[in-house]
Write a protein that binds this ligand. Sequence first.
Ligand SMILES: *[C@@H]1O[C@H](CO)[C@@H](O)[C@H](O)[C@H]1NC(C)=O
Ligand SMILES: *[C@@H]1O[C@H](CO)[C@@H](O)[C@H](O)[C@H]1NC(C)=O
Ligand SMILES: *[C@@H]1O[C@H](CO)[C@@H](O)[C@H](O)[C@H]1NC(C)=O
Ligand SMILES: *[C@@H]1O[C@H](CO)[C@@H](O)[C@H](O)[C@H]1NC(C)=O
Length: 456
Amino acid sequence: MASLFKSVAATAVALLLACGAEAQDTTTTTSSSPSACATVLKPSYSAPVVADGWKAQLIATDLSRPRGLKFDTKGALLVIESGVGLKHLTFTDNGGTCLSVKSSKTVITDKDLNHGLELSQDGKTLYVSSASTVFSYTYDPDTISATNPTRLITNMSHPSGGGHVTRTLLLSKKHPSHLLVSRGSASNLDLPSLTESSGVSQIRVFNISSEASSSFPYDYPTGGVLLARGLRNSVGVAEHPSTGGIWSVENSADNVARGGRDVHEDNPGEELNAHGPVPTTTNDNNNTPNNYGYPTCFALWSPSSAPSFSTLPVGTQFALDPANDTLCAAMTPPRLTFPAHTAPLDLKFPPTKNGSVEEAFITFHGSWNRAAPAGYKLSILSFSPSSGEPVAQRDSIDALRDVMSAPDVGVCGGREGGCMRPVGMAFDAAGRLWVASDATGEVWVVMRGGEGGEGG
Ligand SMILES: *[C@@H]1O[C@H](CO)[C@@H](O)[C@H](O)[C@H]1NC(C)=O
Ligand SMILES: *[C@@H]1O[C@H](CO)[C@@H](O)[C@H](O)[C@H]1NC(C)=O
Ligand SMILES: *[C@@H]1O[C@H](CO)[C@@H](O)[C@H](O)[C@H]1NC(C)=O
Ligand SMILES: *[C@@H]1O[C@H](CO)[C@@H](O)[C@H](O)[C@H]1NC(C)=O
């Protein structure tokens, strides 16, 4: 990966230049260059490294645990501040990555909102989620107001009150009246999630059109249509823009032992799972194998962690007891496996004008259950425009290319605010990628066209 990045010396030069990580020719650029950005913010920690061909800039700070991002129809940025509510931000846009906050207004005050955010195609209905409930609001981007809160889906809290609490929302573009809701497990190894009726560790699809309003609020475990189950905590969920296939990224288990041997440092891997198109009726799913294994089967990342793994390819599903591996044959394996504990939290396909989808972006929030920290980065995954699938083979260990990453990931573990921890992403109308970092209270903007170096 090191070859992707500029040399230390070039990085230092880039740092001296005005507009963040935008790489410029030092022979023609001075501090009074017309391309200089007058509003550069500097992170309070070691700035992320930006790969060759990219530039990145910190453009908003002092947010309260920003998670989900979305642009409204006027180009304003909507941000879920976990534990606070929904904020509306506008920016002064000087082009490229040179942006600065112009206005800030809290639109919804609700301390239970924590991640999920969607907007209808006409931009007039907002969808937000708490651990227990999905709400819709009537949204007016001119008056910047959200009114008429309505409970669409309930009963998503875990009996323990804890567990995984985000409920990622995805409004299908192919079926705009269908909202996908991802609900993770109540615990690390959640045995009650084995039964489908638990409604745990699932992605379900709900008809939220106004004609269906007599069904509101749906009961999550029994309402809607099951898309997938056996997913420990799939926080990033995306619809492929041309095929309409649903993809998700799963946060797999901690402290895992195999046959009594501790393998948790490098296993199981995090997963990219393929779910096929959005089912709109239960019949659509009749013959779809949709159990992805959890809490029985996990994806192998490092075969060298245990002798019982040694001959198995990366991505093979294994059971905690090797004698139970046969149970995994009936489960759907991941399409790709990522390093253990890197914690993928969002997956986004860029908007496409010609229908040709060549990549997806994934945020890796970073590890806690690992001696050497891993993750803390934004990566890119190549997709094949013809197959609609990742280019990489199932057992690939190098499918990701980093776009932004911590200069010394070793310092990231356990130091809240010490590294960027990317979460939600959104593309703006200009194709720039905006990324929230909850632990540092920031929003970054990322785009192609730089020569890498240090993010501003
Ligand atoms: C949503 O539900 C309503 C009310 O049952 C129904 O009329 C409509 O056809 C459903 N929409 C889709 C796309 O299934
Ligand atoms: C939520 O679950 C409780 C307990 O199972 C049930 O009594 C209640 O009807 C459910 N709520 C809805 C809206 O279905
Ligand atoms: C192995 O499978 C059996 C039968 O399904 C189950 O009861 C047992 O808990 C499993 N063991 C482990 C360690 O998962
Ligand atoms: C589609 O557009 C992208 C840029 O947006 C370009 O890289 C790609 O080559 C185009 N593909 C086709 C098949 O035209």
